[in-house]
Design a protein around this ligand. Structure first.
Ligand code: OAD
Length: 246
């Protein structure tokens, strides 16, 4: 059986489906991934200067400006056929959980009802000191290296920080627990557009396979097969997902 037909079959028979997405699913919406050669954000920017709590405290305007620049790009991006297919799958599967490492809101805008953001959201900044949540709706108009002073908390005057999980920080406990619970007895685990190098999210694939789920990768790069029931579908999310989901 062709791999795509095998994957369709596994998905249509599954009682419980878990989807994990990474930056690759938003690539066809024009959003840069992190590690793709040439275009990846971490090929062009230094994460130690932009994506750690220490970096933020060292130069808040540099970091806040960078995330505001990315927020501006994300506000202009539109969900693609891959996001739309994931939203349809949520409607069709008897039980479905969507876990994303992405800080964009393209799954929500494609119609996904429940999205667990394992790495936070660029649209949900909060006070670094008291934790109070903020939301800024105005679209910034920035160039990529432009520094912007972050706003201060109205209540404690602390610095407001981007709502993303940085290197060296813990993933949000509620989302992580939801992820482990979903993976525990899933039948199919779809890993879409992720390089699988950032833990603990990357470890979910192994957990799913160890407890007997079929693992299906969707990625333009062929993925190594490590488990008994594991398929690597080679192609983009926007091409492959509509073929897997009616
Ligand atoms: P990466 O940039 O590490 O990996 C993107 C993956 O998407 C690669 O495997 C690409 O081959 C694949 N890809 C590229 N275009 C694609 C397409 N059109 N369709 C499907 N796949 C495609 O991104 P992530 O795995 O998401 O962390 O990175 C994990 C984390 O590292 C991110 O959440 C971020 C980063 O540091 C935080 O922000 C905390």
């Amino acid at each position: 059986m062709a791999l795509i037909a095998e994957a369709r079959n596994l998905i249509s028979k599954a009682q419980k489906v878990v989807v994990l997405t990474g930056a690759g699913i938003s690539a066809e919406s024009g959003v840069a991934t992190f590690r793709d050669a040439l275009t990846g954000l971490w090929r062009n920017f230094d994460p130690t200067k932009l994506a750690t709590p220490e970096a933020y405290l060292r130069d808040p305007a540099l970091v806040w400006g960078w995330y505001e620049w990315r927020r501006q790009l994300l506000l202009k991006a539109q969900p693609n056929a891959g996001h739309l297919a994931v939203a349809r799958l949520e409607q069709q599967a008897p039980s479905f959980t969507l876990l994303t490492q992405n800080v964009d809101d393209l799954h929500e805008r494609a119609g996904s009802q429940q999205v667990a953001h394992l790495h936070g959201s660029i649209f949900h900044p909060y006070c670094f000191d008291c934790g109070r949540a903020y939301s800024f709706t105005a679209a910034p108009n920035l160039t990529k290296e432009q520094k912007v002073e972050p706003p201060h908390c109205r209540f404690c005057a602390g610095l407001i920080r981007p709502g993303v999980v940085w290197f060296g920080e813990e993933m949000p406990v509620a989302e992580l627990n939801l992820a482990y619970a979903a993976v525990e007895n899933c039948d199919v685990f779809l890993s879409i557009g992720t390089s699988g190098v950032v833990y603990p999210a990357a470890g979910l694939v192994e957990l799913a396979a160890q407890q007997g789920a079929a693992v299906i990768h969707l990625n333009p790069e062929s993925q190594p097969i490590r488990f008994a029931q594991e398929l690597s579908l080679v192609g983009t999310a926007g091409e492959l997902l509509p073929q897997l989901v009616n």
